[in-house]
Design a protein around this ligand. Structure first.
Ligand SMILES: [Zn+2]
Length: 291
């Protein structure tokens, strides 16, 4: 997970440039929900601004950083995900099904609610694009919080007091995900050993199954290739043009556009700070990728 850089005013401008009536329609719909005191289904139109988020997120899932498809297909496989569920909140962890079944949370996770965050159904800072696995299978109607749930909040900012456990990676409302999570080779781990940030990281990792084999095997391919590129730079007498290409590949792996950029960044930083550990993890990534 990486931070998706955009300021609130810039996000509004992008939404308006894409669909000049969208924010007005959103305000009207939200006013209807406020009058009725709940979310009412029918004529949903958040999908109209999906492309804004796909572009901001470089066609990657906001949570697992998977790249799903090229530009033309991305809009079919990415889903607009409401960070705070719009119509109800289910009890988490789930007793059956997929996801964190059996996980014992390290802290309070809040109660279920028959009312969702209905005033945030059309708030641009309550959306991200997520893959089907993260959105439909794992996120569903869950939203664990450490504090008191405030489903009547009218902005994500005013809901901060409920102390959400999941990280919202878009903009600057929340902590940079890199401050909570880091990668030890292919595995996502909490950056802190204890405390509130540790709890958020543990819940986020379990919630989105960030260490599922689907993801670790793909990260292994990335780290294996990255490790070879880093080692190749040290081969004496390598032609300058090849050296430049290796540098370019290593640079690209860390960019916001790259799949699993957070994992690549931490591995490259480790390669600088603890060479023996990076070599061990690189070799095991190569093995994992091969096997
Ligand atoms: Zn995902």
């Amino acid at each position: 997970m990486i931070r998706i850089h955009v300021a609130e005013a810039e996000l509004h401008a992008l939404v308006t440039a894409h669909d000049h009536r969208w924010l007005d329609r959103a305000r009207q719909r939200t006013a209807d929900y406020r009058r009725q005191g709940r979310y009412v289904e029918g004529g949903e139109f958040w999908g109209d601004i999906k492309q804004v988020y796909i572009k901001l997120q470089h066609e990657k899932c906001a949570y697992c950083e998977s790249r799903l498809a090229g530009h033309a297909l991305a809009s079919k496989v990415h889903e607009v995900e409401h960070f705070r569920p719009k119509s109800r909140v289910s009890a988490w962890p789930p007793a059956t099904g997929k996801g964190a079944v059996g996980f014992v949370p390290p802290c309070a996770v809040g109660r279920a609610s028959t009312r969702g965050y209905y005033l945030l159904a059309y708030h641009p800072l309550n959306y991200v694009i997520a893959c089907t696995r993260c959105n439909s299978t794992l996120k569903a109607d869950f939203f664990p919080v450490r504090g008191r749930r405030s489903t009547r909040a009218s902005t994500p900012r005013s809901a901060r007091a409920e102390d959400p456990l999941l990280v919202y990676p878009l903009g600057t409302l929340d902590t940079d995900p890199a401050r909570l999570l880091r990668f030890d080779g292919v595995l996502a781990v909490p950056r802190r050993r204890r405390g509130g940030d540790h709890e958020r990281a543990r819940v986020t990792i379990e919630f989105f199954q960030l260490n599922h084999q689907d993801l670790t095997s793909r990260r292994a391919r990335l780290l294996g290739a990255l490790w070879l590129a880093l080692r190749a730079l040290e081969v004496p007498g390598m032609p300058e043009d090849l050296r430049q290409l290796q540098h370019q590949a290593i640079g690209q792996a860390q960019s916001d556009r790259a799949e699993f950029a957070a994992c690549a960044r931490d591995f490259i930083a480790l390669h600088r700070s603890d060479r023996a550990r990076a070599d061990a993890l690189g070799a095991s990534a190569l093995q994992l990728a091969a096997g």
